[in-house]
Design a protein around this ligand. Structure first.
Ligand code: CTP
Length: 421
């Protein structure tokens, strides 16, 4: 069950969302997405092109959205006081255009309004999340490439290119529509921060999830981190235009949230250290959200001993995993801005202030792990954001995606000021 804070801060509840569906087989994924939006309290209206109406049932969409579904035949009526495409365009607070076919892309980019969906797209002033999907060869056709490039410059549009995979046409390659779970996240992101691409041209390195330290091939020491905060931070930055490297331990998040990120899976603290050393020189900012296991066996075994021998090995001693955040600060390149995290039980702020001074990073977000709506695995978080000059900001409970955007704002502010405190 979702927590009260997460429910209250659901940015899609009550939103008027227009779902435009064009002719790609990925349209079959839309009814469940429409249902998910309606269940979250969004008002959803669907507009289908004639090709989309061949692929997915307007009756199903009407039923799942609890609204009538609009087709080309509805566009002109002598009983309607205003044109339907203008009515729908002005009604929408957000537009989800998924799947975006080659034809609808071409119409939109070239300003043609010869279907209900095409004219609605021209008439709307709402932000549009556009998720392309088509056959691999179509996606690489020069005309489509040119249209897609032109779309990147459109204001208010968040374009999501297709992912790689096995397509319904039996081709393996680029063309799969972004997964519905990612579309939901991107819609939330649009609702929180709009379509701004203020991270365009910036490179961000994020670490997320737990590390594991192995006693032997069957036993390890770790922590309950799911990686949610770091992954949301990485995806939010990508949606704002950043190029994102994600170094991650074993994650428990929607796999779709990883789309579009450059992934570097790791397991142990030593692997995390090696990945950070390799990637640090190429980025402008770093968010160290990984929950690094603090201790590792001094003498890990390469075979699995029985319980008694394993207890003996555990008693043989432990060493402390090096402080990687501290190392990032020591190896800082140029004006690189570094955000650390801190997890505490009890009185968080004084412990966080001491940690901030000790670690030397530019920003530190500290959260409790013994409160509701915060910490490991929770969809929400709260705490304190510490910055230069003893600056402390209280962060009230909010969804982790909203917090991710808040932290990206703080990082960007520091990047823009050239690291001046
Ligand atoms: N961190 C790190 N290397 C470690 C331990 C932690 O880089 N060996 C990073 C975490 O990724 C986080 C920050 O340091 O950004 C604080 O992590 P936290 O677990 O709160 O604190 P510790 O440094 O482990 O200190 P302590 O457990 O004593 O509070």
């Amino acid at each position: 069950m979702r927590s009260e804070a997460a429910r209250l801060s659901d940015p899609l509840a009550g939103k008027r969302i227009l779902v435009g569906i064009s002719g790609s087989i990925a349209a079959v994924k839309l009814p469940l997405l429409v249902s998910a939006l309606a269940k979250r309290g969004a008002q959803v209206r669907c507009v289908l092109t004639p090709s989309a109406a061949q692929l997915v049932s307007p009756v199903a969409l009407a039923s799942l959205s609890r609204e009538r579904c609009f087709l080309d035949a509805d566009q002109w009526s002598h009983t309607a006081p205003r044109p339907l495409h203008v009515e729908l365009a002005e009604w929408a607070e957000l537009v989800l255009l998924a799947p975006l076919s080659a034809t609808t892309l071409g119409r939109w980019v070239h300003g043609l309004g010869d279907t209900l969906l095409a004219s609605t797209l021209l008439a709307t002033e709402a932000p549009v999340l556009a998720a392309a999907a088509m056959n691999t060869a179509m996606w690489s056709a020069p005309g489509v490439r040119a249209n897609w490039t032109q779309l990147q410059a459109f204001e208010r549009v968040l374009p999501l290119g297709p992912a790689e995979g096995l397509l319904a046409c039996d081709r393996q390659g680029s063309g799969r529509m972004a997964e519905p779970a990612l579309l939901l996240l991107a819609l939330e992101s649009l609702a929180y921060r709009g379509w701004r691409r203020d991270w365009q041209g910036r490179r961000l390195l994020v670490s997320a999830g737990p590390t594991r330290e192995w006693l032997d091939p069957a036993r390890c020491v770790s922590n309950p981190s799911t990686g949610r905060m770091g992954v949301l931070l990485a995806q939010a930055a990508r949606l704002r235009g950043a190029e994102v490297q994600l170094v991650h331990g074993p994650l428990q998040v929607e796999p779709a949230w990883l789309e579009g990120l450059e992934l570097h899976p790791i397991n142990t603290g030593a692997e995390l250290q090696a990945a950070l050393r390799q990637l640090q020189p190429g980025v402008d900012a770093i968010a160290m959200a990984a929950a690094v296991a603090d201790h590792r066996p001094a003498r890990p075994l390469s075979h699995k001993p029985d319980k008694a021998a394993s207890a003996e090995a555990m008693a043989a001693g432990w060493e402390t995993v090096p402080d990687l955040l501290r190392e990032l600060v020591q190896r800082r390149c140029g004006q690189q801005v570094i955000l650390g995290f801190a997890a505490h039980s009890g009185d968080v702020l004084p412990q966080a202030q001491a940690k901030f001074a000790r670690k030397g990073c530019d920003l530190l977000f500290a959260n409790p792990i013994d409160q509701p709506d915060a910490g490991f695995g929770s969809p929400a978080n709260q705490g304190w954001l510490l910055g230069p000059g003893d600056c402390v900001e209280r962060i009230e409970p909010m969804a982790k995606l909203a917090l991710a955007h808040r932290l990206l704002d703080a990082l960007l502010e520091r990047l823009s000021s050239g690291g001046e405190g």
